[in-house]
Write a protein that binds this ligand. Structure first.
Ligand code: SOE
Length: 369
């Protein structure tokens, strides 16, 4: 059994911006990576106090600016509504902080590219939580594809299906383009799907053809909703492989159904986020299910396997491993597979391509970077 998930040698001092579900997930992960949780900020001083109490943060700052001005904070976690990410991330980098910014990194390619360049220019670690990369079995799939086990890639299929917005009364700030940005389902969860697909396949999507639907234009607190509930995409990858992706937040019965399947000339491989301890290995002469067993995994996968076979790992473990690697990068090591702002930019670029394709009803080429 391997237990050496990289953790920083030095105690980092973290600031948490935002106070919702994702702020709680980030806080658990920061605590697991032995950070000092220096304080939090939110959209108001009252909300910051509430979040600091709930999450057990050291202090509540009256504003984001006050948190960023504190020289005692090394790394800032941005867990606020999408449309605020770019401005907060820019200010944090300008204040000399390392940044972990929720996806989508920004709501435009221009902003995401500027942030990526700014982080590089300042020499700061800037990461985006594409955390599904941190499931040991997702890494195992990547290692198997890279060593040629599935052969020449022929086709891919992927889905990210949720149902928490399946009914017309379901509502959330994400449906509002002012807060969430012009894309909703794709920016929120399609971004994870394309990141994982490109990460595991080692190939980029070079062009795509997408169709979007807004099923409910009115919900309990919003009218005239323009953001999409679901997206279907046909993709072509660098090698010429083709595939389909389905992204929906109105798929009854699916809670967090992220799946990817790659079919090559010598075999298929399938990973499902809701069964993260397994990989399906498809073969013409007999398929099988591989269960996570650290002793049998590729080194990159075994590194993330915290507990022996039969002891299930899950979402928070993947998140913890992501934060541990981001902190290790701040400490000077360079963990393989850390999703950085360049990867956040990539997902924003694909999101823009999806919207452009849906608007023009045709194929759109996707730039490489
Ligand atoms: C809601 O759709 C959400 O919390 C996303 O914002 C996360 O990125 C995803 O991991 C789970 O679902």
């Amino acid at each position: 059994m391997t237990t050496d998930v990289i953790a920083p040698a030095n105690t980092l001092r973290a600031g948490i911006i935002g106070g919702g579900f994702m702020a709680a997930v980030h806080t658990h992960a920061a605590r697991a990576a032995r950070a000092e949780l220096t304080g939090g900020a939110s959209s108001s001083a009252d909300r910051a106090r509430d979040a600091a109490d709930r999450l057990g943060l050291g202090a509540a700052f009256d504003s984001v600016d006050a948190l960023l001005a504190d020289p005692g904070i090394d790394v800032v976690h941005i867990c606020t509504p999408n449309s605020t990410h770019a401005a907060i991330a820019r200010a944090a980098l300008e204040a000399g902080k390392h940044v972990i910014c929720e996806k989508p990194l920004a709501t435009t390619v221009t902003d995401a590219a500027e942030l990526t360049a700014l982080a590089a220019d300042r020499g700061l670690v800037a990461a985006v939580p594409f955390v599904y990369r941190f499931h040991p079995m997702a890494r195992e799939a990547r290692a198997r594809v890279a060593r040629g086990e599935t052969g020449r890639l022929l086709s891919v299929q992927g889905a990210y299906l949720q149902d928490w917005l399946a009914e017309p009364h379901d509502d959330d700030w994400r449906v509002d383009a002012e807060l969430g940005g012009p894309s909703r389902a794709f920016a929120d969860i399609g971004s994870h799907l394309v990141d994982l697909l490109e990460f595991v396949s080692g190939e980029r999507i070079v062009r795509l053809n997408a169709s979007t639907r807004t099923v409910y234009a009115a919900r309990s607190r919003h009218a005239d909703i323009a953001t999409e509930d679901l997206v279907a995409v046909v993709v072509e990858l660098e090698s010429g492989a083709i595939g389909t992706l389905l992204v929906s937040q109105v798929a009854a019965g699916h809670k967090n159904g992220l799946s990817i399947e790659l079919s090559g000339a010598s075999g298929s491989i399938r990973f499902e986020q809701e069964r993260p301890e397994q990989l399906w290995l498809g073969r013409v002469d007999g398929s099988s299910v591989l269960e996570r067993d650290p002793a049998r995994l590729a080194p990159d996968a075994a590194r993330l396997a915290l507990v022996p076979a039969g002891h299930p790992m899950g979402y928070q473990d993947a998140f913890n491993a992501f934060v541990a690697d981001a902190y290790a990068a701040i400490d000077g090591s360079a963990p393989d597979g850390l999703p950085r702002f360049a990867d956040g930019l990539r997902a924003v670029r694909l999101t823009e391509a999806v919207l452009a394709s849906a608007a023009s009803d045709g194929w759109v080429e996707v730039a490489a970077a």
